[in-house]
Design a protein around this ligand. Structure first.
Ligand SMILES: NC(=O)c1ccc[n+]([C@@H]2O[C@H](COP(=O)([O-])OP(=O)(O)OC[C@H]3O[C@@H](n4cnc5c(N)ncnc54)[C@H](OP(=O)(O)O)[C@@H]3O)[C@@H](O)[C@H]2O)c1
Length: 259
């Protein structure tokens, strides 16, 4: 894909934060969008805004819960019957409950794994037939874009099980990219972005950026050939170096992050 004009793009996790900013960015560049998340009213408000700004484009909303395969299947079925094709599916939906292991709410932790990791498996399951449909007739491969996080690069204190869910997603998307050569599989790895998700963090977040900047990095990155769209690089490279340190040094640093 070398531009977004008249492309058909499904964003899951579009009702707030990075997904909402990305929807506005891609709509401005001429894309037709399908917008999904659980909150119908937030999606309706966003669609109203996009319809006013880009009246020639065909924006749809499909409220769903990624942990509920039936709701994803229903949305995929409707999109398939409404649009001529799907050029890209961008999956950003996730939740985050920071806590220490000692204070962890185990039911909330299982719910998080079910949404973040289980939801990603569900999205991939419905995306493959949808994105491959009619692929032979098109010159370009359809994109399947999954959001990881720098939090998934290595185990950090107080981020569990969110960080573990993102580590699993990074691993999963690597397998997917190797297996699915008919699709253009991409991974997004954000550092800190100011959204309702990070508003929960009680600590100063290094190199934090605004959702509009994150959206611009993603929109530009998806037009390049890079597998991993990572930003801001100052943080992503620091985290990649941290992961490769010898264990005694790695734990000396991460133990200092506790509290
Ligand atoms: N912000 C950061 O610093 C940061 C850093 C690294 C990675 N990320 C990743 O970036 C992505 C977007 O996060 P964000 O910061 O923009 O957070 P956000 O503002 O909380 O947005 C999360 C989106 O996911 C949707 N969502 C949550 N659970 C869902 C479910 N079960 N089914 C369907 N949709 C669901 C939310 O809408 P509803 O609540 O209406 O469903 C919302 O649209 C996430 O994958 C996150 O892990 C963020």
């Amino acid at each position: 894909m070398d531009n977004y004009d008249n492309k058909y793009i499904w964003i899951i996790g579009a009702s707030s934060g990075i997904g909402k900013a990305l929807a506005k960015n891609l709509a401005k560049q001429g894309a037709n969008l399908a917008l999904s998340a659980r909150s119908k009213s937030d999606l309706e408000n966003l669609k109203k805004e996009l319809d006013e700004d880009t009246p020639t484009r065909e924006h749809l909303i499909h409220p769903l819960d990624v942990s509920d395969l039936a709701s994803l299947n229903q949305a995929a079925k409707t999109i398939k019957s409404t649009w001529p094709r799907v050029d890209s599916l961008i999956h950003l939906a996730a939740i985050y409950n920071p806590s220490s292991f000692e204070e962890m709410d185990i039911e909330a932790a299982h719910k998080l794994i079910n949404i973040n990791f289980g939801g990603t498996l569900n999205v991939i399951h419905i995306a493959l037939p949808l994105l491959k449909d009619g692929a032979m007739l098109r010159e370009e491969k359809s994109q399947l874009v999954i959001c990881g996080s720098v939090a998934g690069y290595c185990g950090l204190p107080n981020g569990q099980p969110y960080s573990a869910s993102k580590a699993a997603i990074i691993n999963l998307v690597e397998s997917l990219r190797a297996e699915e050569s008919d699709l253009d599989i991409r991974l997004i790895s954000p550092g800190f972005v100011r959204t309702p998700l990070t508003d929960k963090n009680p600590f100063p977040m290094p190199f934090i950026i605004e959702p509009e900047e994150a959206a611009e990095r993603i929109a530009t990155g998806l037009l390049s050939s890079r597998y991993e769209i990572q930003f801001p690089r100052r943080l992503t490279w620091l985290m990649k170096i941290l992961k490769r340190l010898p264990a005694p040094l790695f734990f000396a640093i991460t133990k200092r992050m506790v509290n």
